[in-house]
Design a protein around this ligand. Structure first.
Ligand code: G
Ligand code: G
Ligand code: MN
Length: 454
């Protein structure tokens, strides 16, 4: 039997197969394996139907198929994930072996329309009856394993009983509440100008302080926000609070910028340029004090549309930097045309460049490439003095990382300014009227720090 399923509508066929396999497995020693595969570049694409994405999805599907047996079933779920059904496996080693083969195949770069696409697949695995008692629960269980694979940055994860189900479900329903109840808070990580040693800017990194579950990292809640559409209000919340804080610092004479991370979903929202314009005006901060960080893959979702959005935002005076540079798509043509001012070299290259010659060569090449394109280059993940010294000899412009500072709270930034001052403006310090700012915006300015608590 060789029935391969590629249609969304065929999900029901997949379900039928799954139930059949489970029925059969009830009477024998073999188990049913379910693998849920998510490829970062596909599942997160907002425009799932764009021709390129469809073509990519088709290629990935075809590659997965080549690794499987005829008796296995593969289906594309309506959220872009692939589900693979192995109707008869001996146990965890068997499924893990198949997962390994699938990953090796899917990780091969894909050439399409003159670009190279690097897919980063992750797999969540569950077995019947070892991990679950029914077909529905098996899918859910594989989903939890997949969430854990993403959270722990593993290529694949086999479901384990101690993986906490309630935590995953809680987060989904509570994130909306977290935004209105001010459970989110912001950390700031300094970016240092390598030549002058002063603070060049501050990257804004969001955290969620959950009343019961404690601190939740953006790696966990941003994907949830993206799936539920909450990424839009969440990003506006982050922008609002960080711009208020930035204005407070600038009014005190600290000439700093803030850099906010955008999700690819933010670039899809038509309203973003207008919303940014309104926000910047209501807060009364020069627009060049804001930088937005976007990833290469976010840009490549729909390059033409992104170009229009970026240009509109650039025309407001807001600057862009490409985040995690070197890990995504390698389309230099697009990079040259985009209205971006800088690139941030991904920390994976920087962290290991002292010991890994290849990575040192990559870092040096990215710096030269950036400069040749007239871009400002920041190195992320600078953890040691040696790394900093190497970057200086390579001519890198800015550095960010634990060597200088972890992401810290706004009031802790004051101590940092004392140690490594930003460029100080000569204009006299004015104390702004924050009650007005709070009235203009619909959010509290309670998180703005006006003075050091030290
Ligand atoms: O701070 P930390 O290393 O835990 O951040 C993990 C990831 O989450 C990083 O890729 C970072 O860019 C992302 N991130 C942090 N804060 C935000 C945010 O406010 N919005 C978006 N879209 N991503 C964020
Ligand atoms: O994807 P993005 O570049 O936005 O991720 C930034 C995150 O990287 C920060 O939130 C921080 O948690 C993490 N980070 C910052 N500096 C370092 C560093 O020096 N080493 C490591 N391992 N991580 C860092
Ligand atoms: Mn970033």
């Amino acid at each position: 039997m060789n029935l391969a399923i590629a249609d969304l509508s065929a999900n029901t066929v997949f379900e039928v197969r799954l139930r059949q396999a489970i029925l059969a497995a009830q009477h024998c020693v073999k188990q049913v394996g379910l693998l849920l595969i998510e490829t970062e570049n596909i599942a997160n694409f907002p425009t799932y139907n764009s021709a390129l994405v469809q073509e990519l999805a088709q290629t990935i599907w075809g590659r997965a198929r080549t690794v499987l047996r005829d008796s296995d079933t593969i289906a594309r779920m309506d959220d872009g994930r692939l589900a693979v059904l192995l109707p008869s496996v001996a146990g965890p080693e068997d499924v893990s072996f198949v997962a390994g083969k699938l990953l090796t195949k899917l990780e091969e770069p894909i050439q399409l329309e003159g670009s190279t696409f690097n897919v980063h697949p992750r797999i969540g695995i569950a077995l019947f009856p070892e991990h679950s008692t029914s077909a529905d629960k098996l899918v859910h269980t594989a989903d939890i394993a997949l969430t854990n694979a993403k959270r722990t940055n593993k290529r694949y994860v086999l479901y384990a009983q101690d993986q906490n189900v309630s935590r995953t479900l809680l987060r989904m329903s509570e994130l909306r509440q977290a935004i209105v109840a001010d459970q989110l808070f912001l950390l700031y990580q300094p970016k240092i100008n390598l030549k002058t040693g002063s603070v060049a800017g501050l990257e804004v990194l969001t955290r969620w302080q959950h009343p019961d579950l404690g601190l939740i990292s953006p790696d966990e809640f941003i994907p949830v926000a993206e799936r539920t559409g909450l990424i839009i209000p969440l990003t506006l919340w982050v922008l609002h609070h960080s711009l208020l804080q930035c204005r407070a610092w600038n009014d005190m004479g600290f000439d700093v910028t803030v850099a906010v991370n955008l999700s690819m979903w933010n670039l899809e929202a038509q309203e973003l340029p207008d919303q940014l314009d309104g926000l910047i005006k209501s807060i009364g901060l020069p627009s060049n004090k804001l930088e937005l960080e976007i990833t290469e893959s976010a840009i490549m979702v729909d390059p033409q549309k992104t170009m229009r959005t970026l240009t509109l935002i650039r025309d407001l005076g807001v600057r862009f930097a490409i985040d995690d540079f070197g890990t995504g798509y390698s389309s230099l043509t697009h990079l040259r045309k985009l209205p971006v001012g800088g690139i941030k070299i991904d920390k994976s290259f920087v962290k290991s460049m002292e010991f890994d010659r290849d990575n040192a060569v990559i870092v040096r090449s990215i710096i030269d490439l950036g400069h040749n394109l007239g871009l400002n280059v920041t190195a992320e993940g600078v953890e040691t003095q040696d790394a900093k010294d190497m970057l200086l000899t390579f001519g890198c412009d800015e550095a960010q990382g634990y060597y200088y500072s972890h992401p810290i709270l706004a009031h802790e930034i004051f101590q940092f300014f004392q140690r490594l001052p930003p460029k100080v403006t000569t204009s006299p310090v004015t104390v702004p009227n924050y009650s007005d700012i709070a009235k203009n915006g619909n959010m509290l300015s309670s998180q703005v720090v006006l003075q050091s608590t030290q």
